[in-house]
Design a protein around this ligand. Structure first.
Ligand SMILES: [Mg+2]
Length: 237
């Protein structure tokens, strides 16, 4: 399979960046771990000079506890774009507006809300009701859907915004390959030069992807990384 991304000039390129979602992309999700084969492919990309970014809805503490991810990524984008972290230097930024705590306090009275460190989520069927409430309260939010759960983010933040913030902090620019499975990854796709969906991704994600792997989640990610290493996508480097 050969694909050529549109509108990319070789002279613009300064680096090669792989930005990958975790759950149901690199793994099956839940407490599933990265396969050793996939971890080795990530290490090979790194040895070849790729910058690796993990772009996830998970919290920093959770990712820190995941031994299978330890030492693999140059940077993490956490809680769907709200926090960035660079493991090697310990640098982290949190992208939240001033009144975010007020919103969280109001939302904490709702029985269906569950909280992460910075953000919170609610069931999809409550999204409309919550959206109306938030408008009355005078907040601007981004209600991102991730497989039936609505992730409540500040209005200006998504995975793509988080990735750009991470790249700025890392001091790298370049060609971004994004790998994802769900609606929440579309923000990441927006800032990517080459968009890849795993085989069991949501339809709307597959529709905008430049390449859809025939294999699901971790196996799909493995397929994509092998193709990247073998130059099968004909990317401009
Ligand atoms: Mg996912």
């Amino acid at each position: 399979m050969f694909l050529k991304p549109k509108g990319v000039e070789v002279e613009e390129l300064e680096g090669r960046i792989l930005a990958a979602d975790l759950d149901r992309t690199l793994t099956w999700g839940g407490e599933d771990r990265l396969s050793p084969a996939l971890a080795e492919l990530l290490r090979r990309l790194k040895r070849e000079g790729w910058i690796l970014a993990l772009v996830t809805g998970r919290e920093k503490d959770y990712i820190e506890g995941r031994e299978d991810l330890s030492g693999l990524f140059d940077g993490w984008v956490l809680e769907n774009g709200v926090e960035i972290f660079i493991p090697e230097t310990g640098e982290n930024h949190v992208l939240l507006p001033e009144k975010w705590e007020d919103l969280k306090r109001k939302a904490s009275r709702l029985p269906y809300v569950s909280f992460k460190k910075w953000t919170f989520s609610l069931p999809k069927e409550k999204a409309e009701e919550f959206g109306r409430m938030v408008e009355r309260w005078g907040f601007h939010v981004n209600l991102e859907e991730n497989r039936g759960l609505i992730q409540v983010l500040p209005g200006e933040v998504d995975k793509g915004v988080g990735l750009l913030e991470l790249l700025k902090a890392l001091g790298v620019k370049g060609f971004v390959v994004a790998l994802g499975d769900a609606h929440v990854d579309l923000g990441l796709f927006r800032v990517a030069d080459f968009k890849v969906a795993v085989g069991d991704a949501e339809e709307e994600v597959k529709k905008v992807a430049d390449y859809v792997s025939p294999f699901p989640d971790g196996e799909g990610a493995k397929d994509v990384l092998e193709k990247l290493l073998q130059g099968e996508f004909r990317l401009p480097f």
